[in-house]
Design a protein around this ligand. Structure first.
Ligand code: AMP
Ligand code: ZN
Length: 114
């Protein structure tokens, strides 16, 4: 996926402020943060969106959520609370077509979202 900006971050072709990495995922600070903590968690394997999750690759979702749990604890968000967001497709507001989960925290988040 040579055109994918997040694959370029995984390959090291584009710099990112990494906060977590293991064999299957990386997490880095969002370039345009919407809250004091705004981390993106992505699989190292290119998966365009949640639409591409099936029985054969769904284990990555639990792996991502274990990583989210670790990052939230490290950032001290676990007790105060935080939000996980996944935007899927055009009407969902997805702008980068490499599945990613937003970890937002550090301020009171409003509900419902816009
Ligand atoms: P979404 O709109 O859900 O597809 O989210 C894409 C997110 O990626 C946005 O919050 C952007 O600010 C963020 N983003 C885009 N390019 C970069 C980059 N090079 N480094 C970090 N975050 C990025
Ligand atoms: Zn990609």
């Amino acid at each position: 996926m040579s055109e994918c900006i997040f694959c370029k971050i995984i390959n090291g072709d584009i710099p990112a402020n990494k906060v977590y990495e293991d064999d299957k995922v990386i997490a880095f600070n969002d370039l345009n943060p919407q809250s004091p903590t705004h981390v993106l968690i992505i699989p190292k394997k290119h998966i365009p969106s949640v639409n591409y999750i099936d029985e054969n690759n769904s284990d990555i979702i639990s792996h991502i959520f274990v990583a989210i749990n670790k990052i939230a604890k490290e950032k001290g968000l676990d007790n105060q609370g935080y939000r996980i967001v996944n935007n899927c497709g055009e009407l969902g507001g997805q702008t980068v077509e490499h599945m990613h989960f937003h970890l937002l925290g550090g301020r009171q988040l409003q509900w419902p979202p816009g």
